[in-house]
Design a binder for this molecule. Structure first.
Ligand code: PEP
Ligand code: MN
Length: 385
């Protein structure tokens, strides 16, 4: 690990972990000294521990913990989220072995930093996280499908699509009102007008709304209409945006960055949980490889791997992974076989007229067949869909 990377945003996962704890360091020494100390610990000379405080802890509890750590010759780095405060105990962790930090008032848990991500890890929470959205559970035994167009195009087309997907057992309508497009000349989405179309269709059909948030400045606006917020692949490492959605009380579908490792992906989820929002759904949506017959390469091994490493629900978006409607059903079935908790599928009533991602959008009839086949796979792995 390079010592010179302190200010970079694309550094390795451990850099990310360390930044989290020095971000709101408690004022010991100069910032550069804190950095270098932390890098030294990350290189294995010392092993930091984290002390996670209960959401309702008293300020005095925190002071007592910091004082105790300092008495033991450790340094305390405090990370204060909206709802959760974490104290990094830096130094020779052996001194903590005989100190029951768990018994201190206000302490929820004490964890050795074995992985750079903490709150998202299975080590932190063994049981699966089940996320409730309007009485619907994501991450339980029922597999949910988030279906709809890439972009919200018009009220009429959105309604047609919603009415087409609803009978297939779908509870969530997806559709972008703010679209991250590679070209500034491509359709960028209708913004608030699109959000209103989504809310109108929810009113008529009862389908819950999943839509993308691209800019922290639009958080209040998008939250006003969305039931689930989507953070797209291009924004997986937009740490300001992650911090922003960490402070809201809505489920977030976090898509894996197209060039992100699994660890980096989990570090991004950690940003959201560190602020107090633990309703995060991870979405594997394909990564960039040398292969160019498909839009991306679906990293299906990431599904069982993520299920091992984290307690968060994991869904798969085969549409953006392959970029071709003819390959989507096979990869959707494979995703369920691999253990996915849900699917995100682009569906359009007339893909040839779609304003974005037409080639990967399923026609309703193909979608129905896919759903029927996925149900059989779900049953084979002891789940429902
Ligand atoms: C989308 O879901 O339409 C989208 C833009 O996805 P991604 O961020 O995975 O490219
Ligand atoms: Mn799309």
């Amino acid at each position: 690990m390079s010592h010179g990377k302190a200010g970079c945003s694309d550094s390795g996962a451990e850099d990310g972990a360390n930044r989290m704890f020095v971000r709101r360091g408690c004022g010991m020494g100069s910032p550069s000294r804190q950095w270098s100390e932390f890098y030294r610990t990350a290189e294995g000379v010392e092993k930091p521990m984290i002390i996670v405080l209960k959401p309702n802890h008293e300020e005095e509890d925190l002071h007592k913990i910091v004082r105790r750590l300092e008495d033991l010759g450790l340094r305390a780095h405090i990370s204060k989220g909206e709802q959760r405060t974490i104290v990094g105990a830096i130094g020779d962790e052996r001194v903590l072995r005989d100190v029951p930090m768990e018994s201190f008032p206000g302490v929820e848990s004490v964890l050795p930093i074995l992985k750079p991500y903490k709150l998202v890890s299975r080590e932190f929470k063994r049981e699966n996280t089940i996320i409730q959205v309007n009485g619907i559970q994501i991450g339980g035994s029922h597999i949910h499908v988030f279906a709809g167009p890439c972009a919200v195009e018009s009220r009429e087309v959105l309604e047609e699509i919603a009415e087409a997907v609803a009978p297939a057992g779908v509870h969530f309508l997806r559709g972008g009102a703010f679209k991250p497009r590679t070209s500034p000349y491509s359709f960028q989405g209708w913004g608030e007008k699109g959000l209103k179309f989504l809310a109108g269709v929810r009113e008529r059909t009862g389908l819950l709304v999943v839509t993308e948030l691209m800019d922290p400045r639009d958080t209040v606006l998008v939250c006003k209409y969305a039931d689930v917020i989507q953070i797209g692949t291009r924004n997986m490492a937009n740490f300001r945006l992650l911090t922003e959605v960490g402070n809201i009380d809505k489920p977030v579908i976090l898509k894996r960055g197209m060039c992100a490792t699994v660890t980096e992906f989990l570090m991004s989820a950690e940003y959201i949980l560190a602020q107090g929002n633990d309703k995060v759904i991870l979405c594997e949506r394909g990564i960039r490889t040398f292969e160019n017959e498909t839009r991306n390469t679906l990293d299906l091994s990431a599904v069982p791997l993520l299920k091992q490493l984290t307690h968060l629900p994991v869904i798969v978006d085969p549409s953006h992974a392959v970029g071709r409607a003819d390959l989507v059903p096979a990869m959707a079935k494979a995703s369920i076989a691999a253990g996915a908790d849900g699917l995100l599928i682009e569906v359009h009533v007339r893909p040839e007229e779609a304003l974005s991602d037409g080639p990967q959008s399923l026609r309703p009839q193909v979608f129905y067949k896919m759903m029927d086949e996925c149900r059989l796979i779900a049953e084979a792995v002891g789940r429902t869909l």
